[in-house]
Design a protein around this ligand. Structure first.
Ligand code: HPA
Ligand code: ZN
Length: 345
């Protein structure tokens, strides 16, 4: 969908977007060719030999109409897709393709997540990925798009592996503003990773953590992030939409001014509640600092931040003024340097 002129022109801040989730079929296809890799889906038992072929698979993996196509199919597509990322140049190209698109969409500042372990476990050396991301960031800066990186740990791997990667990333700390936790949340409460969160807080990093929608123990996970993670609670919660079901959580999040990064298209796809915008509205109206982002836009039926804002307007009934407020919220809860924050206000 094309965004309306107001949403297009509005300077935007995106705070929850996974760089690996911006890998479009066309870039994936090009990188596979460059690296001489076959494109294969185990789930579909199919090898893709042309771009249209691959594009149709992105649609197959993601349609809302197919019940039961939820997070597990998403994870398979997401981790499968990134296998084409091999060289420093590949990571650079992935980064700059998103940053150019961000510029076209009117995004002036973004905080971009990456999954370090998803690459090292495939044999990609951490320096390869970090150098590629850093050169993309420098190029983005020249385009007028300011970028900070958030390093996420995979919560389905062990806390020890997270700590090991935390230490491996310390030589690159200047390019990392905060740490997060993503991947499959089932049976993996945030506090399992408290040691690395505490360490990161001591070292001066900002803290965020995914709480996916309709997860088992979702309210308890949200409570841990808001109240306890890293000692006194994280700075932000990624998703956490189901807090809207628990007034006591909403109150805590509001009082602590914990930021929330919501990605509406991702919820429309698999939330049990038909009207997810009732939840978004409840949090926003309660005075929670809600921001709207895209999560993994290439894999969520190709819905980028402007599409998420359009959905907020059309389905959620948010007015233009309220959408402006969403951007000011983002400036409040973002981790840009003070001078840049002042500029964005
Ligand atoms: N949830 C958990 N892990 C993820 C997501 C998400 O929405 N996107 C990319 N990794
Ligand atoms: Zn996410």
């Amino acid at each position: 969908s094309t965004p309306d002129p107001f949403i297009q022109i509005l300077p935007k801040v995106e705070l929850h977007v996974h760089l690996e989730g911006t890998l479009t079929p066309s870039l994936r296809f090009a990188l596979a060719q460059r690296n001489n890799l076959p494109l294969h889906s185990a789930r579909l038992n199919k090898t893709f030999t042309s771009l249209p072929d691959l594009e149709s698979a992105y649609n197959l993996l993601q349609p809302r109409s197919i019940k039961g196509v939820g997070l597990s199919a998403f994870f398979e597509a997401y981790y499968g897709g990134m296998e084409v990322l091999q060289s420093e140049q590949d990571f650079h190209d992935l980064g700059i393709e998103y940053f150019k698109r961000a510029k076209q969409m009117g995004v002036v500042y973004c905080e971009v997540m990456f999954d370090v372990q998803a690459h090292t476990r495939r044999g990609v050396e951490i320096g390869v990925l970090m150098r590629g991301l850093e050169s993309a960031r420098r190029e983005a800066d020249e385009l007028g798009v300011k970028v900070n990186y958030i390093m996420c740990f995979l919560r389905d791997l062990s806390p020890e592996d997270a700590m090991m990667h935390y230490e491996m990333a310390l030589p690159y700390r200047e390019m990392i503003v905060g740490i997060g936790l993503d991947s499959n949340e089932y049976g993996r409460p945030p506090l399992l990773f408290d040691e690395v969160y505490k360490r990161a807080r001591e070292d001066g990093f900002k803290l965020t953590c995914h709480c996916d929608v309709t997860q088992k123990d979702t309210h308890e996970h949200i409570r841990q992030v808001a109240c306890e993670l890293g000692g006194t609670g994280a700075d932000r919660i990624d998703h956490g939409l189901d807090a809207a079901e628990a007034p006591e959580l909403v109150e805590i999040i509001k009082i602590k001014r914990t930021g929330m990064t919501l990605c509406p298209w991702a919820y429309v796809r698999h939330h049990k509640e038909e009207n997810v915008f009732g939840y978004v509205r409840r949090l926003f109206d309660a005075g929670v600092l809600v921001n709207i982002s895209s999560d993994s836009p290439a894999y969520v039926e190709s819905n980028w931040v402007v599409d998420n804002l359009m959905l907020l307007k059309i389905k959620g009934g948010f007015t233009d003024d309220e959408i402006v407020k969403v951007q000011f919220n983002a400036v409040d809860i973002c981790w840009a340097p003070k001078s840049l924050k002042a500029e964005m206000r």
